[in-house]
Design a protein around this ligand. Structure first.
Ligand code: EPZ
Length: 424
């Protein structure tokens, strides 16, 4: 297995282009199943996860044209040859589960494996299933598979989510585009990726209003057409590099950054004493820290527009070298502190108590071998390693390849010392 060898202590200076958002791209790709015409997605991130979903779509009969390294992907689901997504494919990437609703809405039936838990928690899909049932789907769970049928098509429904779920909101929205009548989603997630998905679906002829607010209204239409859509910029990638620059010190400008989507992150960084200049019109965020100390700041992860859970690990790495003690509370996932013991191997002082991590800032982190456990945990170790004295080996970096496009290239371009070591 490949690892990264990082020699810390180099300031980061330069510019970093932000790629298309993984978590938007995955749902936009699933939207191709709703139409017989081609869907062209531009600004596509070349990642293990997006490539993986393109293979799953191909196995369902979608013609995929996406040359290696290209940022434009053409998906043509003129004919589906299968409506079954097997365990092996859904287990490897949970977002594959999102093919269920679109196939059901279009074909009237679909069989998709349940995703199972993952490193950050149990992550059930009950809200997804309740939403599809409310739209009239007949669901049977057998041998780890959801067998769904809606012979006469899905019908509009009022769905009140008991708590906010990004995936369930997106899944219900995808399925409702082709339902008979109106669907109202209450207590919908407000993540920017939801508005991006609605924009794309509306270009395809859907009739969705309110995406990005807590109430989304979808008027079902007879059929959707093809469209071309640019994937929104990745707010989590942008936030990650902002924190890397703050931790290592230096002067980095993020280009093509989704500034409006990053309010809570920018606020937390500014409160910790980092100089952050965000320019929404220019889509740039300049992050500077030259010698000044970091102040400890508490954060609480929340659904958007709160502080994102997907930046919690990275912020913990930053707080591990701040002056004072910060309390980081994880409210979205029950098991998302696996990076804490690994950060401690680099000298961080972190105590985890239930939903809270108490981080006492230390003067200096020191390099050590560490192990990545999930995507965002992995990159928090990279951030800590950039700020640490000496050499860190980050093992199991296949997690990073799932969600960060050209990570080494982007960071070495700003002066970081990072090498990929190929494993046996
Ligand atoms: C999306 O996951 C993202 N994944 C996650 O990013 C992100 O952390 C999360 O939203 C929150 O922002 C993708 O977009 C592919 P949820 P999702 O449904 O949709 C519980 C990353 O690192 N829940 O909002 O799965 C669930 O267990 C990943 O890029 C139910 O109980 O998140 C969690 O505790 C990790 N039943 C909470 O709700 C359900 O049916 C929020 O999950 C659905 C969710």
């Amino acid at each position: 297995m490949d690892s990264l060898k990082i020699t810390g202590g180099h300031k980061l200076n330069g510019t970093i282009p932000i790629s298309g958002a993984k978590n938007s791209a995955l749902k936009l790709m699933a939207a191709c199943l709703l139409t017989r015409e081609p869907l062209t997605l531009t600004n596509m991130p070349n990642l293990a996860d997006t490539r993986f979903l393109s293979q799953l779509l191909a196995s369902l009969g979608v013609e995929v044209y996406w040359p290696k390294g290209d940022s434009e992907c053409r998906l043509n689901a003129a004919e589906l040859t299968s409506t079954i997504a097997p365990y092996d494919q859904v287990r490897k990437m949970r977002a594959s589960f999102n093919v269920l609703g679109p196939m059901l809405a279009r074909e009237g039936h679909a069989t998709v494996s349940l995703p199972g838990g993952c490193a950050i928690g149990a992550r059930p899909v009950d809200l997804h299933l309740q939403a599809l049932e409310a739209m009239g789907a007949d669901l049977k769970v057998e041998a780890g598979y959801v067998k769904a049928a809606a012979i006469h098509g899905l019908k509009g429904a009022k769905i009140v989510f008991p708590f906010v779920s990004v995936g369930a909101t997106e899944h219900a929205m995808l399925a409702a585009t082709l339902a008979h009548g109106t669907t109202i989603l209450e207590n919908a997630a407000r993540e920017p990726e939801i508005a991006d998905l609605a924009d794309c679906l509306n270009k395809m002829g859907a009739n969705i209003g309110g995406a990005g607010t807590a109430t989304v209204k979808i008027e079902g239409v007879e059929a959707l057409s093809g469209a071309t859509h640019a994937v929104m910029a990745d707010r989590i990638e942008a936030g990650t590099y902002a924190m890397a620059a703050a931790a290592a010190g230096g002067d980095v400008t993020l280009e093509g950054a989704p500034v409006a989507a990053l309010g809570a992150m920018i606020d937390a960084m500014q409160r910790s004493g980092v100089d952050v200049e965000a320019d929404e019109a220019a889509a740039t965020i300049r992050v500077q820290r030259n010698g000044s100390a970091l102040k400890a700041v508490d954060v609480n992860t929340q659904p958007h527009p709160g502080f994102p859970t997907d930046l919690q690990a990275q912020f913990m790495a930053l707080m591990s070298i701040a002056d004072g003690t910060s309390v980081i509370r994880e409210n979205i996932f029950e098991n998302r502190f696996m990076h804490a013991p690994e950060l401690s191997r680099l000298g961080a002082d972190i105590q985890v108590r239930g939903k809270e991590a108490i981080v006492k800032g230390v003067e200096q982190l020191r390099g050590a071998p560490v192990m990545a456990t999930d995507l965002r945990a992995s990159v928090s170790l990279v951030i800590a390693a950039l700020a640490a004295e000496g050499e860190t080996q980050v093992n199991r970096i296949y997690h990073l390849d799932r969600g960060f496009e050209r990570l080494e290239e982007k960071l070495t371009g700003c002066g970081a010392d990072i090498q990929r070591v190929e494993g046996e």
